[in-house]
Design a protein around this ligand. Sequence first.
Ligand code: PGA
Length: 246
Amino acid sequence: MQTKKVIVGNWKMYKTIGESVAFVEKLLPIANRSTSQVMLAVPFTALERTATAARGSQLLIGAQNMHDAPEGAFTGEISAKMIVDAGGRFVLLGHSERRALFHESDDFINRKVKSALAAGLRPILCVGESLQEHESGRSQAVVEAQLKGSLAGISADQLHQLMVAYEPVWAIGTGKTATPAIAQAMHHQIRQQVGSIKILYGGSVKPENVKELLEQQDIDGVLVGGASLSLDSFVKIVDYRANCKT
Ligand code: PGA
């Protein structure tokens, strides 16, 4: 039996509440009849309204970040409990934009993973090497270290609540996708570290390349940024089996 592929949209800092709800309403019938698990990481402001619109459907709504503390004097931050309260079911953690622009360390991300799990929120842990690390042949070591640091103290049982997304930084928003072979090789390495959990690929995923990526043995799904912003291209990705030339 084929296991369900996972298609996650990451909207980053795009879309108002109205735009988000209108998108979700149109996506719902497609997500409901899809053989894949469809998920959307929306801006915090749109979380509650989109989660309400998606309630009872196959579409899962989640957040793009959180703080590790359950509550406290952290101006501008959001906790796992608040995301759950708003209807969020999962959270992206350690996205490369958070690591690079907001200086998030593996240690901080590790604390967030633990807090998300404690609150019943499913973490999608993002890892990936920079262009410089890629060009100097350090990709494997960098990803291995990120996983080790971000997953320190996580039990085998807890690991099964989690997904990992491999996103080579040089492929994010650049139009340069890792070739399916490069992606598969890294996914295979990640598989040795995390076992049978879902491992997603991210970085310039588009309707034109999604099928070949998802055909790789260790690619269980995709994390889609730019191409998840338009309903047309996101639906083509969700319906990748029907829409791609073979
Ligand atoms: P992209 O972004 O699809 O626009 O490259 C992916 C991501 O950052 O999750």
